[in-house]
Design a protein around this ligand. Sequence first.
Ligand SMILES: [Mn+2]
Length: 447
Amino acid sequence: MPPIYVIGHVNPDTDSIASAVGYAWLLRERDRSEAIPARAGPTNPQTTWVLRRLGLEPPILLNDASPRFEAVTRRLDTVLPDAPLREAWPIAARTWGVAPVVDADGKPFGLITGTSLFDLVNKMVGPRPRQDDVRLADILTAPCREACLTDVPAFKAHNRIRDSLNRILREEGDNFFVVDEEGLYMGVCRQRDLLNPPRLQIILVDHNEPRQALANLEEANLLEILDHHRLGNPSTHTPIRFTVDVVGSTSTLVSEKIEEAGLSAPPQIAGLLLAGLLSDTLILTSPTTTDRDRRAAERLARWAFVRGAPLEGESIETYGQQVLHAGAGLSARTPEEIVSTDMKIYEAGEYRFAIAQVEVTDLLQLAEHRERLLAALEVLRERRALDFAMLMVTDVVGGSSRLLLVHEPPELGDLPYPRQPDGTRLAEGVVSRKKQLLPVVLGLLER
Ligand SMILES: [Mn+2]
């Protein structure tokens, strides 16, 4: 069975990483399936802190769903260039008629194929052989280096197949070497497999819009979506399991599924899911919070705070405060990081725009950083070819946000957030981009 990658959105936040790790664990534990958690970008400072606190490794990075050479590579047995052809014979008999010749350093030397053998025989006995001319034994003692094709292209295992399709189609041979980053032999692949490679098996968590997903999602097999955001999902060829529910975090949904299966998550995974839940709901205070989130937090706390676990002695409140503070602050990161770390791109009406969010524990630092944040927003807007860009600076203690905008479209003149002397807008009581800010912005743009 090919592996199933469980992955959250690009610019992953803690809920995205936690729900991927937690759901992959459930699939392995409940279904014995080969589920691997992945991330579609670097972990942010908050998630990095949480993983370190729990002693967990970040999930593997997967920022592109396009099949790679490694997906079609067969690690065939090899012979040395100076070995007699007789040693290559059993290999060719067990494969599809090819035997890779690899030198003592592990570098591909050439490939023995039907064509290359015929060329050798031709060289030894000429174009018109007489029956008693050369004995088979002589041919079989020829060194492999003389019996192989040496101009076989080699592709790197980690490269995307689609980037080399033109070359693959132009080449005469049907077989290619696959090598690692150092050029060492990894195996052999066939043209026919390259033209129809197996698709990556993907489950999306914490998002359902393709533009927030890893690149080239359309080249993958989408198996399932588990999310709590507005719909913007890709169409699929076959029915898939699709769970989008109005709760405060995807980690909540994962913990409910774990409970439904009659299982309990190990303390570290429960601690990670709890961090995702507390981060998305600002310790159960955000307006997105539901009773289901509160019950999920209790359940995760029960699993996570056990004796001997990394979170022994914590409470939901003390742990939640540590999680929020680990992600907060304008001074700890560069303006470029702040506007791109938790940034999402949307389309509405005629507009394509970004809303980034950063969490702080007070708004005092804003004056000092405002100019540089606006400059970074403008760079982001130009680089991503956006109509406008917004940064939501959220005070997680006071429960309000300030909005910074570049290239504000006229429609947003009606935003119900009063402009302040420094040019920013004050969104009193607004802490959720998804549930509070975005609906207002979309309402104005799509009017
Ligand atoms: Mn989330």
